[in-house]
Design a protein. Structure first.
Ligand SMILES: Cc1cc2nc3c(=O)[nH]c(=O)nc-3n(C[C@H](O)[C@H](O)[C@H](O)COP(=O)(O)O)c2cc1C
Length: 378
């Protein structure tokens, strides 16, 4: 079946989702893209990638470069300008952030009547210095007749991370089962921190944030990706902002560090931030762990794919995700605390906790901006 005609046949739905997507991408004036009779939508790979780039990425860096090969094929590369050199020395998190894009693109493909065949590292794995020179994946869309649309498609445009305090009940075992079922974890192990483990886990999460905030270089990386005004958000359409920082419980004075880049490292501001972060952690209704049996680049991409599927499945249940990644990170300042979490969770090398995530119900968080697809094309 011709993709363009098929899309037109479901015209209203396509237009609506495009409008929502425009909003997700932080366009100043979101609105439907008009598709008149006889006009066509863009090639399927572009339509699918338009959803793909709503995927979550660490610090919302959107570290993606996309090479279009044909109407149904593309290669994904690392954007070297968008690595997190201080907090992500091996590049593990930026690869997870590639897995998320691949999976959201694949889910969107099912809505367009295609199946996505994804070949990871088609030209082999890379050393850090080679990031961006070889593709992390090649995506090929294959037209299929009668395949079901992935139910997670419905959640793509509503998904957002939330750093707000949790409200309401704890995450249930049933909810966890639904997340696991929908996430397609394969050999990745998903679980919840137990009631007995919670106090120690909370303590580790708080100490990890303090280690990061007290280290100038590590914490400066967040400052660099922080957009301090609406104008900065509009200009960059990436990074973090006061709108998405999770400001429940902040007094006006406490938000000082979010008002100007100059305030960022001031001791008082950091203290207040850590205090508020601590309270948010205390409200946590579920702490989700995602553990791979090994820690290869393939595991990183896989973890990203599983993570975003779980987050989309959570979205359908009214659950919001907030990764608390500090303790997982490989910079030397975390070398003492990281093993404490591994011991608590019974994780032994080469197994690796890839994602550690607060999961619960929150007020509606702010929407995080995206650059347009055009900005990512090579
Ligand atoms: C690998 C990875 C690590 C992340 N780590 C953190 C984290 O430590 N703290 C946090 O607040 N958000 C974290 N996030 C969430 C991102 O900041 C968030 O996805 C991004 O800002 C885009 O926002 P959105 O998910 O609402 O679209 C992480 C996301 C990914 C994919």
């Amino acid at each position: 079946m011709n993709i363009y005609r098929r899309e037109f046949a479901i015209g209203t739905g396509a237009v609506l989702t495009t409008a929502l997507f425009a909003q997700a991408c932080g366009r100043a004036k979101p609105g439907p893209r008009s598709v008149n009779a006889g006009e066509t939508l863009d090639p399927p790979i572009i339509e699918a990638l338009r959803y793909g780039i709503t995927a979550p990425s660490a610090h919302n860096t959107q570290p993606w470069r996309i090479e279009l090969i044909s109407d149904t094929e593309a290669r994904l590369f690392m954007d070297r300008e968008r690595l997190l050199a201080a907090t992500d020395p091996p590049g593990r998190q930026v690869h997870i952030s590639h897995g998320t894009l691949l999976e959201v693109t694949a889910i969107a493909a099912t809505h367009l009547g295609y199946r996505a065949e994804i070949e990871t590292f088609p030209d082999g794995e890379m050393a850090y210095e080679e990031f961006g020179t070889k593709p992390t994946a090649r995506i090929r869309l294959v037209e299929v007749e009668g395949d079901a649309v992935d139910p997670l498609f419905a959640e793509i445009l509503g998904r957002r991370s939330s750093r707000l305090s949790h409200e309401g009940p704890m995450i249930t075992e049933d909810e966890l089962s639904t997340l696991v079922e929908q996430a397609r974890p394969g050999d990745l192990q998903m679980g919840l921190v137990s009631d007995e483990q919670r106090p120690e886990a909370f303590d580790i999460v708080r100490r990890a944030m303090k280690i990061e905030a007290d280290d100038y270089e590590l914490y400066d990386e967040t400052r660099l990706w922080f957009r301090f005004s609406k104008r900065e958000v509009k200009r960059h359409r990436d990074g973090l902002s006061v709108n998405t920082a999770g400001l429940t419980g902040f007094s006006a004075g406490t938000a000082n560090m979010f008002l100007s880049s100059r305030n960022w490292h001031k001791e008082k501001n950091r203290e207040r931030y850590l205090e508020t972060f601590g309270k948010t952690v205390e409200s946590t209704r579920g702490l989700l762990t995602m553990i791979t049996p090994t820690n290869t680049m393939f595991d990183w991409l896989h973890a990203g794919r599983v993570y975003v599927r779980a987050q989309l499945a959570g979205s359908a249940l009214g659950l919001r995700f907030h990764p608390v990644s500090q303790v997982l990170q490989e910079y030397p300042q975390m070398d003492e605390l990281r093993p404490e979490l591994d011991t608590l969770l019974g994780v032994h090398s080469p197994a690796k906790v890839q994602m550690f995530v607060r999961v619960g119900r929150t007020a509606t968080p702010g929407l995080s901006p995206r650059r347009g697809l055009d900005a990512l094309l090579v």
